[in-house]
Design a protein around this ligand. Structure first.
Ligand code: FAD
Length: 460
């Protein structure tokens, strides 16, 4: 009797460069590939709406790729440890393989499951697949995690070159008996009433094949313009973020593509692009050591920040791009329509909410979590905390982005603003929700108040 291998996919919805899938292939027994929709496990953050939309389409694409090599995608729903344990029993599995994730809650789930499976005599192995550098391998001379990006980056570059990507398995064997699976359509991942996903459908094609095309197009095209990456009207960045978030592509594939043949004009840009990819690694390292990154300020003094009591209607004006500040409105509408926002504008919109409206960074983080297709449990809170000044290696709080100056510098001809806020020059375009100068002053006063508040520690 064969004892199939289970491959449990999570943030790695790809067939190529997938060490867990590779391990199952090498083991030689029939293979069951499963994705578990887990909205129940403690400490595992349920996906937001835009991410659910992406997940639906990415899973559909993955199922097609798997069918082409001989297996199908099994879908289960519920607390992951129980769902996998059940699947092991259903198919009489002899091994379970997965690729690692780095948040505290997910790690707890995985560690508990691994111990339980091994106790029951089932092989359980996890692999490095989604980060180039495991968080515990990049440390200061004193053996501590880095809190500052540049030395972290240097330490990464001092490590041996990341491994080459693994090939995709040519063929896998499914178990003889069929395996019970949910139907993807029954999961309700897509919006119905209202259907807000038209702009997402127009903008994106989720799935591994499209992810690889995106990388190739970028390497041979826009990478040459990466020096202009701060200009939101230009398509100078890769747009690989949702691909990396769902693991449709691995950072190893990206790394080695950037080290491979490139047009001359792009060669020196490739390193500045990889530096951004390493920011993702840095943020995951911070997440690894800060279980509450999305809910607690990394710098404890920010827990006493005197946030304003802002009416929900004003926060809604920010969410839906009706603040009367053109660059902020443009960014928030790009986000709502496409599920993605340009990085420079993410900083400006976040700074406006936190520092001009004096709204707690967690409110904005939650909105981005729900609306971004690349919403990532490390990158989203870490970048919100970066903007708030409460994070590791963060922008200082007193550096308040002026959205008008930012627009004149990075969107000089208002191409980006006009694309998203066509009525910007009309008489009825609203006055700014807040006075930029006065609100900046109020933010700096609030910051001073915080600085005078003693930090509560466990001893005090
Ligand atoms: P590129 O410039 O092509 O960069 C390549 C890759 O490097 C990106 O796909 C991403 O994985 C990584 N990267 C680039 N910039 C950063 C950065 N500042 N921090 C960490 N990794 C980076 N990024 C997310 O992936 N998920 C999020 O939830 C997220 N939330 C953010 C919230 C705020 C308030 C801010 C200011 C930034 C946020 N970012 C987030 C970071 C950044 O804006 C996006 O990664 C980037 O805009 C994605 O576009 P791109 O793939 O074209 O970037």
């Amino acid at each position: 009797m064969s004892a199939p291998s289970i491959v449990w996919l999570r943030d790695d919805l790809r067939v190529a460069d997938n060490p867990a899938l590779h391990a199952a292939m090498e083991r030689g027994e029939p293979v069951v590939v499963v994705y578990v929709l887990d909205d129940e496990s403690e400490g595992v953050r349920p996906l937001g709406g835009a991410s659910r939309w992406w997940l639906h389409h990415s899973l559909a694409a993955l199922d097609e790729s798997l069918r082409a090599i001989g297996v199908t995608l099994t879908l289960r729903r519920g607390a992951a440890a129980a769902a996998i344990t059940q699947l092991v029993a259903d198919v009489g599995a002899g091994a379970v393989f997965w690729n690692r994730r780095y948040g505290h809650g997910p790690r707890q789930v995985d560690a508990g499951l691994k111990a339980g499976l091994r106790d029951g005599g089932v092989v359980a192995d996890s692999f490095q697949a989604n980060l180039l550098f495991e968080p515990w391998t990049i440390q200061t001379g004193q053996g501590q995690p880095f809190k500052v990006f540049t030395p972290f980056y240097r330490a990464c570059l001092d490590r041996p070159e990341p491994r080459q990507p693994l090939d995709e398995p040519r063929s896998l064997t499914a178990p003889a008996a069929s395996v019970a699976s949910d139907a993807l359509d029954d999961w309700g991942l897509l919006p119905t009433r209202p259907d807000w996903a038209a702009g997402l459908r127009e903008t994106w094609t989720p799935g591994e094949a499209a992810a690889l095309d995106t990388l190739e197009d970028f390497a041979t095209g826009a990478l040459a313009d990466y020096g202009d990456r701060d200009f939101p009207a230009q398509e100078a960045t890769s747009r690989l973020s949702p691909r990396l978030r769902f693991g449709e592509i691995s950072p190893f594939q990206i790394w080695h593509r950037m080290r491979g043949a490139l047009p001359d004009a792009s060669r020196e840009r490739a390193q500045s692009f990889l530096r951004e990819v390493v920011w993702r690694e840095f943020n995951h390292t911070i997440l690894f050591t800060s279980p509450d990154l999305a809910t607690v300020s990394y710098r404890p003094e920010f827990e006493s920040f005197p946030w304003a009591d802002v009416p929900e209607s004003e926060i809604d004006a920010w969410r839906h791009g009706r603040t009367g500040v053109p660059l902020v409105d443009a960014g928030m509408r790009q986000l709502w329509t496409t599920g993605w926002m340009h990085n420079r504008v993410r900083m400006v919109t976040a700074s406006f909410l936190i520092k001009n409206m004096l709204v707690d960074w967690r409110v904005g983080e939650a909105w981005f979590w729900d609306t971004l297709v690349d919403a990532d449990e490390a990158n989203n809170p870490a970048n919100w905390q970066w903007t708030a000044g409460s994070g590791a290696d963060a922008a200082p709080y007193f550096r308040v982005f002026n959205p008008v100056l930012q627009a004149s510098k990075f969107d000089q001809h208002r191409d980006y603003i006009r694309q998203w806020v066509p009525e910007v020059d009309d008489d009825d375009y609203p006055e700014p929700l807040v006075d930029l100068k006065a609100s900046r002053r109020a933010a700096l006063d609030a910051y001073e108040t915080m600085r005078r508040t003693p930090v509560e520690t466990e001893q005090s």
